[in-house]
Design a protein around this ligand. Structure first.
Ligand code: PLP
Length: 395
């Protein structure tokens, strides 16, 4: 750091230390000083590395990006954004042009669906949706102007598994960009680049950061020119994540592997437990043999399930209220990936804007619940759900 001799306000350099901090320092500076205009020139031209203004990048953001890059097998430094939706928006709005067509999975994250239904058309970008569990049906939805396909491997909240291999092959044959939102599956269960994806998106807010105290997103693209366009768009539109949020996310990610392994193991156990309770009509978990795409899930996710379990009880609001009330110690909250187990009820939250008929078509009744499994003791968790399901049968 330059010794700031002439400044009347700013302090001088940090004290010297022969040792170094074991924790990544938090760098909240918005602006970075240079010694001379020549040095600043060299920085902009790429001759010298360094930061200038934090909307264009900062150390804590790059630390997070590099960590996710390693997990995803990305070879170029990814872009960290202020939220998962900023990442989705940067890809769709930053790369598409009026007249292009975007094809999405029909059970994408709710806000991604809204972006495609409301905002892209306003900009002259056409959009449509198709069922990604069926590559043949999906192929039929491709248009001559289709430029990008957006998919999630495992849908929310019905946990259907997309035919990613089939669709990736299709996208390659037709020269269409394939973007995978890997939030649910995480690099632990799915490596989109190995399957032929061109772009990877994450809501870091969820499992990667894992503590429900930071909102952040991430984008990577295989082609550095494409990645550059995405990065420039995020800088221009101010989608940068704050250094403190990046610092928190990095702290959360240090335990990601352990959290994922543990919660997935508990989720498998909870799914089996729920399936044998008399008040449960059906359980959806990719790791179970009764899941509609079990074989595909096993192959695609390398034998892993995921930390999400969905299940259905009697399809009445009274039964749903009784279950939520009796699920003591389980947060009834519409998020996922937290260290604590959360319970969500799509009919009253994420899917409330849909008509009951549209919800029914997706398989979401009043009795449909989604569980994001956390780090609780597995037996204690199963017990809570036994009591909650029992309560739902008594209304
Ligand atoms: C939550 C989520 C998003 C959006 O992320 P935010 O950080 O909440 O903006 C996008 N995709 C998926 C699959 C998600 O679960």
């Amino acid at each position: 750091m330059k010794n700031n001799r002439t400044s009347l306000v700013r302090p001088d350099t940090l004290p010297d230390s022969a040792s170094y901090p074991v924790v990544t320092p938090l760098q909240p500076a918005v602006v970075y000083g240079s010694d001379t205009p020549d040095m600043l020139d060299a920085q902009y031209e790429g001759g010298l590395s360094g930061y200038t203004y934090s909307r264009e990048g900062h150390p804590n953001g790059d630390v997070v990006a590099a960590r996710i890059d390693r997990m995803e097998g990305a070879t170029h430094l990814g872009v960290v954004t202020s939220s998962g939706m900023a990442a989705v928006s940067a890809v769709l709005i930053g790369l598409m042009t009026s007249g292009d067509h975007v094809l999405g999975g029909n059970q994408l994250y709710g806000r991604s669906l809204r972006l495609m239904a409301e905002d892209l058309p306003r900009l002259g970008i056409e959009t449509s949706l198709a069922d990604p569990t069926d590559a043949v049906a999906f192929a039929a939805a491709i248009q001559p102007n289709t430029k990008l396909i957006l998919l999630e491997a495992v849908s929310n909240p019905t946990l259907r598994v997309a035919d990613l291999k089939g669709i990736a092959k299709l996208a390659k044959e037709k020269g269409i960009l394939l973007a995978i939102d890997n939030t649910f599956t995480t690099p632990h269960a799915l490596k989109p680049y190995d399957l032929g994806a061109d772009i990877i998106i994450h809501s870091v807010t969820k499992l990667l950061a894992g503590h429900s105290d930071v909102m952040l997103g991430y984008v990577s693209a295989k082609d550095p020119a494409l990645l550059d366009r995405i990065r420039i768009f995020t800088v221009t539109t101010g989608m940068v994540g704050s250094p403190f949020d990046c610092w928190l996310a990095e702290r959360g990610m240090l335990s990601f592997d352990l959290r994922y392994a543990r919660t997935q193991e508990t989720a498998a156990k909870l799914a089996d437990h729920l399936a044998q309770l008399s008040g449960v009509i059906r359980v959806l978990y990719p790791g179970r043999e009764d899941h509609p795409e079990h074989a595909r899930a096993m192959q695609l996710l390398g034998g892993q399930g995921c930390n999400m379990v969905s299940f259905e009880i009697a399809p009445t609001r009274a039964a749903a209220n009784a279950l939520a009330r009796a699920a003591e110690g389980i947060q009834f909250a519409p998020t996922l990936g937290d260290i604590g187990t959360t319970l969500s009820h799509p009919a009253s939250s994420s899917h409330r804007a849909l008509t009951p008929e549209r919800r029914a078509a997706l398989g979401i009744s009043e009795g449909f619940f989604r569980v994001s499994v956390g780090l609780e003791d597995p037996d204690a968790l199963c017990e809570v759900f036994s009591r909650a399901v029992a309560a739902s049968t008594e209304v």
